[in-house]
Design a protein around this ligand. Structure first.
Ligand code: SF4
Length: 323
C-alpha cells in the first residue's frame, strides 16, 4: 500500500484491509471483486491484484508462509528487487541491498554520481554499490538507516549537510553539487485530456459496467460507460460512443450533470458526466450482460470504482440521482 502512497493515506485503509483479510488464506480465498472493493480509493490497482495473486501463490507453493530468502521472495507476484531486498534484510537479516528514491539521493550525492539514476548504467551501478555497502551484521538496520537519512537529512531540497553523519566524505558537499544531484530528468507537464462518462438512466437507477481484465486502466473495476474525446468530437458523440462501446446499443444523450478534474500519472483529465436513456426493450437486453449492473445512487458504493467515477457517484447521490 505504501508504494507511491503516503503513510497518512494508507492509515485510512490498512485497518479495514486487515479486518477483511486477516490472513494469507483469507486474502487468497476472497473474490477479486472484494479485494478491489477494499482497495478502492488507494489507486494503482495492479498492487491489489498482485497482493491477491501473491497470497494465492503463497498458499499453493509455501503453505501460506512468506518464504525467508531473497531468491524465493523474488518469485512472488508483485515482489521486485526493492521489496525482496527490504523483506529479506529487515525481516530475515539476509545481507541484501535495496535502492529506493531516498537511497538513490544519498548515494548519488555522497559518491558524486552523475547521470540519470533511472537509466541502465547508473541504475546498475547504484544497485552494485548498495550491494557492496550493506554489511553482514544487521543489514536491515543499515538499509533502513540509509532510507531514513535520505528521508530526513539528505532531502531533495535543503539537505541538512551540517547534521549529516556522512558530511566528511561527501563528494557533492565538497564539490558544491548537492542541489544538482541526483540528475533526475525533468517531469513532463501533464497532458490535458477531455473525457465523458454517461449516467445511463433506468428510472431512479443508473448503469455501471465492469471493465474487462484486459482494460489498460482500472481492469475489473466498475465505472460509468466512458471514453476520452477524439479530436473535434462533440461531447454528445463521445457519450454515444461510450454507451455503444459498453452496452452495444444506441443511447439518447441528455444534459451535462457534473464535471470534475482528476490526474492520473501524467494526464490531467476533465471528466464530464452526462445523462442518457435507452429505449426500454434495449435496456433490458443490455442489462442481461454479466459485466453490467444497474443500481440506485445509494447502492453504487457497493461496487469497486476508481476514484474519479466514485466522485461522480457521490455527486449523483448528493443530487438525488440522475435528474
Ligand atoms: S553531506 Fe549533505 S549531500 Fe552529502 S549525504 Fe549528507 S546530507 Fe546528503
Amino acid at each position: 500500500m505504501l508504494q507511491q502512497t503516503q503513510v497518512a493515506t494508507v492509515l485510512r485503509y490498512f485497518p479495514n484491509w486487515m479486518r477483511r483479510f486477516p490472513s494469507v488464506r483469507a486474502l487468497a480465498d476472497a473474490p477479486e471483486a472484494d479485494v478491489l472493493h477494499a482497495w478502492q480509493g488507494l489507486g494503482y490497482y495492479s498492487r491489489a491484484r498482485r497482493l491477491h495473486a501473491g497470497a494465492r501463490f503463497l498458499l499453493e507453493r509455501h503453505a501460506g508462509e512468506l518464504p525467508r530468502t531473497h531468491a524465493a521472495l523474488l518469485e512472488l507476484p508483485g515482489i521486485g528487487a526493492y521489496s525482496a531486498g527490504a523483506i529479506a534484510s529487515i525481516a530475515f537479516g539476509e545481507k541484501k541491498p535495496l535502492v529506493d528514491g531516498n537511497v538513490v539521493r544519498v548515494l548519488a550525492r555522497h559518491f558524486g554520481l552523475r547521470g540519470d539514476p533511472g537509466k541502465g548504467p547508473l541504475r546498475r551501478a547504484l544497485w552494485q554499490l548498495a550491494g557492496e555497502l550493506v554489511p553482514e551484521d544487521r543489514p536491515g538496520d543499515f538499509n533502513q538507516a540509509l532510507m531514513e537519512l535520505g528521508a530526513t537529512v539528505c532531502t531533495p531540497r535543503a539537505a541538512a549537510c551540517g547534521a549529516c553523519p556522512l558530511r566528511a566524505t561527501c563528494v557533492a558537499r565538497r564539490d558544491g553539487l548537492v542541489e544538482k544531484l541526483p540528475e533526475l530528468p525533468a517531469r513532463p507537464k501533464p497532458t490535458r485530456v477531455r473525457a465523458v462518462a454517461v449516467a445511463v438512466r433506468d428510472g431512479k437507477r443508473v448503469v455501471l459496467v465492469r471493465l474487462p481484465a484486459s482494460a489498460p486502466r482500472w481492469a475489473g473495476l466498475w465505472t460509468f460507460p466512458h471514453v476520452e474525446l477524439e479530436p473535434n468530437e462533440t461531447r454528445a458523440a463521445a457519450a454515444e460512443r461510450a454507451v455503444h462501446g459498453a452496452l452495444g446499443v444506441k443511447a439518447h444523450i441528455g444534459v451535462e450533470l457534473a464535471r470534475i478534474e482528476h490526474t492520473i500519472t501524467r494526464f490531467r483529465i476533465a471528466l464530464e458526466l452526462v445523462e442518457a436513456t435507452l429505449p426500454g426493450n434495449v435496456l433490458r437486453g443490455a442489462l442481461r450482460a454479466e459485466h453490467v449492473v444497474r443500481a440506485l445512487p445509494s447502492e453504487l458504493s457497493r461496487h469497486a470504482m476508481p476514484a474519479p467515477h466514485r466522485k461522480l457517484a457521490v455527486w449523483l447521490l448528493a443530487n438525488g440521482g440522475a435528474s
